[in-house]
Design a binder for this molecule. Structure first.
Ligand code: SF4
Length: 353
């Protein structure tokens, strides 16, 4: 499953062992245990929910151990066993049944007193790979500057990144995309509004290709350079393979009669209006509600094709694993003939809940 959460291997080991806290386990990351304990005491909490994204789940028991040492004996800590791939993906069942609910590894998609977000920043150095990326970026004297984006994990270095580029003579363009994003310059797998800047090139600094590929699909007119400080490599985002796969899925779905329209029940992935609109205009479309959208869960439905109004990356990244064509809402419009093929574009997600 290739959604938002970083895999554990994308983190460089930091070391917070000398923080003075007497804990059962060595700490490599700042889990902000004192902030969590303060909230527990303030609210007289008896039940505390802890949610980790997939790549960090194995750290959960150790964090629970440390919190148990610091909290009163009558506090029960519960680890969410639900899959989690983004800040859009809060365990609402656990949230409703606990006095304090902590979500690790993502920055807030929506500010609420109910959730304590502990973002867990990466400690990886970013300047060496940025230095290398200069060879792949267009010269500052020949361009209108450069857009700069990164993920929540590297947001603690954004200032440093921006200053570095300015020192090289670039005009750095940055913005906070929209309310789905917490920070200026931050991107999500489903939202690249922060790259909507008046520059022909964008530098993405961060681990992996998941985000920059989405970025290049959403902004096909921009030169997207990837400075990956985790794998220590500079590349240019190339969307050709991805786009071919999308065209192939749309073609396959063009003869479909019966459509399954997926409405995702995860708190930050619901696009009801879009799902409703498809149903209103197609008597052969059926609304299917679900949280995790997986090939096996859809296999027993007798559909010719699906359109997914939930996380767009399930469709674009995992699409080929489904037994029937899986399209984004925009691709659906093309497949049923409401729009021409050349309007095929990346599906993005805006707003919160
Ligand atoms: S909906 Fe967006 S934030 Fe949520 S998992 Fe998908 S890409 Fe990530």
């Amino acid at each position: 499953m290739s959604q938002e959460s970083e895999s554990e291997s994308t983190y460089t080991e930091g070391d917070l062992r000398n923080t003075g806290m007497q804990l059962k386990h060595d700490r490599e990351w700042d889990y902000e245990l004192d902030r969590i304990i303060d909230a527990i005491e303030e609210r007289d909490a008896e039940k505390v929910g802890l949610q980790f994204p997939e790549g960090l789940k194995r750290r959960g028991p150790k964090v629970a151990d440390d919190l148990r040492e610091l909290a009163d004996d009558d506090v029960t800590f519960m680890l969410s066993g639900q899959p989690c791939y983004g800040a859009c993906d809060l365990d609402t069942y656990l949230m409703k049944r606990t006095d304090v609910f902590v979500h690790f590894g993502h920055s807030p998609m929506k500010n609420t007193d109910k959730v304590i977000y502990v973002p867990l920043f990466s400690n990886v150095e970013v300047l060496p790979i940025m230095e290398e990326a200069l060879d792949t970026l267009e010269d500052p004297e020949e361009t209108a500057g450069v857009g700069l984006v990164t993920t929540a994990q590297h947001m603690n270095r954004y200032e440093e990144m921006s200053t570095f580029l300015e020192e090289q003579g670039y005009e750095v363009h940055s913005r906070r995309g929209d309310e789905r994003l917490t920070h200026e310059g931050q991107v999500l797998g489903c939202n690249y509004a922060s790259a909507d800047v008046p520059a022909d090139q964008v530098l993405y600094v961060g681990g992996g290709k998941f985000h920059p590929l989405g970025l290049a699909m959403e902004h096909p007119d921009k030169h997207v350079v990837i400075g990956d400080p985790v794998n220590n490599v500079v590349t240019v985002a190339d969307t050709e393979k991805f786009m071919k796969q999308r065209y192939a899925s749309v073609h396959k779905a063009m003869d479909a009669q019966k459509w399954g329209v997926i409405f995702c029940t995860k708190i930050g992935q619901g696009r009801w209006d879009q799902a409703q609109q498809i149903l209103e205009n197609n008597d052969d479309a059926y609304l299917i509600t679900m949280d995790e959208v997986t090939p096996d869960r859809l296999r027993n439905f007798d559909m010719d094709a699906f359109v997914n109004t939930g996380c767009p990356r399930i469709t674009t990244d995992d699409g080929p694993q489904f037994y029937k064509p899986m399209l984004t809402p925009g691709e659906y419009e093309i497949a049923v003939g409401n729009k021409p093929l050349d309007e095929l574009s990346f599906d993005t997600f805006h707003g919160t809940w």
